[in-house]
Write a new protein. Structure first.
Length: 276
């Protein structure tokens, strides 16, 4: 079976992906993670095929989580690799012993448009309309115990526009205040919207924290991130990574409980993760 999540709203797409993985792990056993933007695409594809071909007496069904495969292979001039990828995906369209979960930021090119047709389970995540974004802000704020006035919601919508990640990070920070009532004037006093950010550099360092096996490299990059970003933002981005192994997903849930119960703060959690 193939599940295809796509679209520019990476926050909601990642949340859906995480939801599927957690549900899957409750019912089944083996989960593999493959990110074609992190490693050599051909090597990653071979690793994917080996994972899918392996068998175990203790596994009934496998879940292969794939990210960034279409962008790399669609633009590749290696037609042999592209054809092998297409054949692999099509061969598993109705495989009941394997679920392939694909997450992509863009609509697939014509070569891969079969992913938009049945029996593939496809779901698109477009950016919100203005009204939808305001409703999203209200819902996320209420889930965290915040009470936002209409002008506060409008203020956040105007300033974050299509940046759902930035919005969630800001809402997480607001939830730490004792007084959880906010109007636009109070938000203006609290939030620094002029702070420059380098998104590409931020994500590179997040990738190092997630995938590097070097303790020293992880620690150095964490220290740099601490100097630029709020620990809550770093934690939330790391927790949202679909490429997290299953045991780490559970660990993030434990850390989240520890923070919200006051036993640890986000900086302590991140240091603990790097040191372990």
């Amino acid at each position: 079976m193939l599940i295809f999540l796509y679209g520019p709203d990476s926050y909601r797409r990642q949340e859906k992906l995480k939801e599927i993985i957690i549900k899957y792990r409750k019912d089944r056993q083996s989960v593999g993670y493959f990110d074609f933007s992190i490693k050599n695409p051909d090597e990653e594809f071979n690793r994917l095929r080996e994972f899918c071909a392996s068998h175990s007496l203790f596994e009934n069904v496998k879940l292969a989580v794939i990210e960034n495969i279409l962008a790399d292979f669609a633009k590749s001039e290696d037609k042999k690799s592209q054809k092998a990828t297409i054949n692999f995906l099509k061969a598993n369209l109705e495989n009941k012993e394997l679920t392939v979960l694909i997450s992509e930021s863009k609509t697939p090119l014509k070569t891969f448009d079969f992913l938009l047709k049945k029996p593939v389970l496809a779901q698109e995540f477009k950016h919100f309309s203005a009204n939808q974004f305001e409703f999203f802000i209200k819902k996320e704020a209420e889930e965290r115990g915040l009470r936002l006035t209409a002008d506060a919601i409008e203020f956040l919508a105007d300033n974050f526009n299509e940046d759902a990640w930035g919005l969630i990070n800001e809402i997480e920070k607001l939830s730490l205040f004792n007084d959880k009532n906010f109007n636009a004037n109070r938000l203006i006093e609290i939030i620094d919207y002029d702070k420059p950010t380098n998104s590409n550099d931020f994500f590179k360092k997040i990738n190092v924290l997630s995938f590097s096996r070097s303790f020293e490299e992880r620690l150095v990059n964490l220290e740099i991130l601490f100097s630029r970003e709020e620990p809550a933002k770093i934690f939330n981005f790391l927790a949202s990574f679909s490429s997290n192994p299953p045991d780490l997903i559970e660990k993030f849930a434990d850390y989240d409980v520890a923070v919200k119960s006051g036993k640890m703060d986000y900086e302590e959690v991140l240091l603990d993760m790097v040191l372990v």
